[in-house]
Design a protein around this ligand. Structure first.
Ligand code: SAM
Length: 347
């Protein structure tokens, strides 16, 4: 099958089924996956169109009820390892595409909790890490088939899809290790450019949610980490404070070590870096949405009724609900806030 002509993918008859039959099935066979047999399990198994019972949420308010199942679940040593979905050529399968979101929610499903998920549209084979929802590698299908599968891309795909998670982590950490840097290396390093407007308070960053008194700007910290270390290096901040150094280190693929005299600093750094059970988080999200659906106003009248009792609603000038608070009312509320502030300062 290595003779598959990839230019044929443009043919309108080459659909999702063809991707399954001529590309994915061939790759999985070559990797050594066999049909799952619960009575006589093998190290590499696959389940086709596995039925998942829990519902899934896509995005914050769009709900998907299952009309179909993940095309393939790959098992390594009997543990779900990767969820793989097939798509027709030209269907978008990159990060944040609808297909990617759907595969991610399959992967975090409590019945699976697969560490990887992947999509293949016959042109590309995209492999994602569930924890972190990040693209690990985009393979070109043509490259994977090249030279009768004797190529680097296929070897890497084999490593990801067939190595048990723990051994894979060790191998990848080993690969990421760089030689120790000398003092000279650090001293000869060019200093990064000064950041004129540091993003100390940037809400999008997790540090926006803590108020530790020493908090440094994350973008300055991250820039220095990138400049003075490589992936896999260790970054130690013995006076870690808000945790910015250790966390930015982790975000950038380094190992972060955080210590501090202050237990509050340790508490916060731990809370910011704790491993999240994505399935539990997903269940919680679903519960919140359900509650929101129950409580949200069903029409303008109900919305107005709810807002009647509210003392301050600056965003109420919303086109959906009409002008609920007048500008005068809002200005008045603003003023009393300031006055209160001034009173506090004077006090
Ligand atoms: C300047 S702040 C750290 C700044 C940090 N990079 C940040 O962005 O938040 C200094 C920190 O050192 C801690 N500290 C002070 N003396 C210490 C000591 N002897 N051992 C460990 N931590 C100490 C303090 O509790 C404080 O959190």
């Amino acid at each position: 099958m290595e003779s598959l002509n990839f230019s044929g993918l443009d043919n309108k008859d080459f659909k999702e089924d063809s991707v399954r039959e001529f590309i994915i099935a061939v790759l999985l066979k070559e990797l050594g996956f066999v049909d799952r047999d619960l009575k006589n399990p093998k190290p590499l198994e696959l389940a086709l169109s596995l039925k998942i019972t829990s519902p899934t949420i896509l995005g914050s308010n769009e709900k998907i009820t299952f009309t179909r199942f993940p095309d393939y679940v790959l098992y390594v040593d009997c543990k779900p390892h990767c969820v793989l979905d097939a798509k027709a050529p030209k269907v978008k399968i990159d990060w944040q595409s609808k297909a990617e979101r759907q595969a991610f929610y399959y992967a975090i499903n409590p019945e699976l909790k697969a560490p990887f998920y992947a999509l293949c549209n016959g042109e590309s084979f995209m492999l994602f890490a569930t924890n972190g929802q990040s693209l690990l590698k985009e393979f070109s299908c043509e490259e994977l088939f090249a030279n009768g599968f004797k190529n680097k891309s296929f070897a890497l795909l084999r490593q990801y899809l067939t190595t048990p998670l723990e051994s894979l982590k060790q191998t990848l950490a080993q690969d990421a290790k760089t030689p120790q840097k000398s003092e000279e290396w650090y001293l000869n390093r060019e200093l990064p450019r000064a950041i004129v407007n540091p993003k100390k308070q940037a809400k999008a960053r997790y540090f926006g949610c803590t108020a530790y008194f020493t908090r440094q700007s994350w973008d300055i910290v991250t820039q220095n980490i990138k400049n003075f270390t490589d992936k896999g290096d260790v970054v130690l901040d013995p006076f870690g404070g808000s945790g910015v150094s250790a966390i930015e280190a982790m975000v950038n693929g380094r190992i972060g070590i955080h210590t501090d005299l202050n237990p509050l600093s340790i508490f916060m750094a731990k809370a910011l870096s704790v491993k999240v059970d994505l399935s539990a988080l997903y269940d919680l999200g679903e519960e919140i949405l359900k509650e929101f659906e129950n409580l949200k106003p069903k029409n303008e009248k109900e919305a107005k009724e709810i807002l009647k009792g509210a003392k301050y609603y600056p965003n109420a000038l919303d086109s959906e609900f009409g002008e609920i608070a007048t500008q005068k009312q809002q200005d008045f509320q603003e003023m009393s806030f300031c006055q209160r502030g001034a009173m506090w300062i004077a006090f």
